[in-house]
Design a protein around this ligand. Structure first.
Ligand code: NAD
Length: 261
């Protein structure tokens, strides 16, 4: 599938799933704006690597997804540097694992801001251009936790359920244009975000990290294997193609059977 001539923003693409999706979109020919935190030299290497390996234009925005003004500026920068925003992948996300009575207020607020509100602000900023060109693809990286819950993840589960709801509304508002909005709901993917949880859960449950992977993390994932980042990149590319033009407002589970239970 070719996405040549399309321009994409992938939030939180300096690591993990977002990095893989940015790579997959560039490999399909799309120009890409990267976003996320990290070491400046490593990010510049990643950006230059996309241009070198795929012959696309690649830019970078350091916008903080907890700050609405910076999100608006990121979209404006992409429109300036890449000419437009055809594809928006809302991927940036963080996690905190704690019992509700101990859940830090500031982490609740930050998780809502980054995992949910950033999707709203980025879509709001990109939508006028998509409507003007009558073409757009919005892919929100939610989670299996957008559909079902687990204990100790109150802020994350609430935010991801919110992403699934927001996805449906945006899809309905754009249903008669060449714009789609979908959520991808991955099960566990081995990225720095999950590696952090393995340590946290081990402490909380007084278990070894191996036990946590087997009995806690992959307990809910019938396939008993982590989802591959490449699988999420390939699905995103498919959703951005013309053959996915009738797929909108839906939540696509990529979770090894987790939510089939
Ligand atoms: P990760 O920690 O590897 O990457 C997160 C990215 O978000 C990084 O690039 C980081 O710099 C960026 N980021 C964090 N805070 C930011 C902010 N305030 N502003 C801008 N960028 C910010 O995590 P990941 O596992 O690749 O997760 C990516 C998305 O996938 C998240 O939304 C996560 O909830 C979701 N997800 C992950 C899994 C999993 O098992 N890893 C499962 C389901 C859903």
């Amino acid at each position: 599938m070719s996405l040549k001539g399309k321009a994409a923003i992938v939030t939180g693409s300096t690591s993990g799933i977002g990095q893989g999706i940015a790579e997959a979109l560039a490999a399909a020919g799309a120009d890409v704006m990267l976003n996320g935190f990290g070491d400046a030299d490593a990010i510049e290497q990643q950006r230059a690597g996309l241009e070198r390996d795929h012959g696309v234009k690649a830019a970078y925005s350091a916008a903080d997804m907890s700050k609405p003004d910076q999100i608006k500026a990121m979209v404006a920068d992409a429109e300036k540097l890449l000419g437009k925003v055809d594809i928006l992948v809302n991927n940036a996300g963080i996690q905190t694992v704690a019992a509700i009575e101990e859940f830090p207020d500031d982490r609740w607020e930050l998780i809502q801001a980054i995992n949910l509100s950033s999707n709203f602000y980025a879509i709001k900023a990109a939508m006028p251009g998509m409507k003007a060109r009558n073409w757009g693809r919005i892919v929100n990286i939610a989670s299996a936790h957008g559909l079902v819950a687990s204990p100790y993840k109150v802020a994350y589960v609430a935010a991801k359920h919110g992403v699934v709801g927001l996805t449906k509304v945006v899809a309905l508002e754009t249903a008669q244009m060449n714009i789609t909005c979908n959520a991808i709901c991955p099960g566990f993917v081995k990225t720095p975000l999950v590696e952090g949880q393995i340590g946290d859960q081990a402490k909380a449950n007084n278990m070894t990290e191996e036990q946590v992977v087997k009995d806690v993390i992959l307990a809910s994932q019938p396939s008993k294997k982590f989802v591959g980042i490449d699988e999420l990149g390939a699905l995103t590319v498919f959703l951005c193609g013309d053959q996915a033009s009738s797929i909108t407002g839906t939540s696509l589970s990529v979770d090894g059977g987790w939510t089939a239970r």
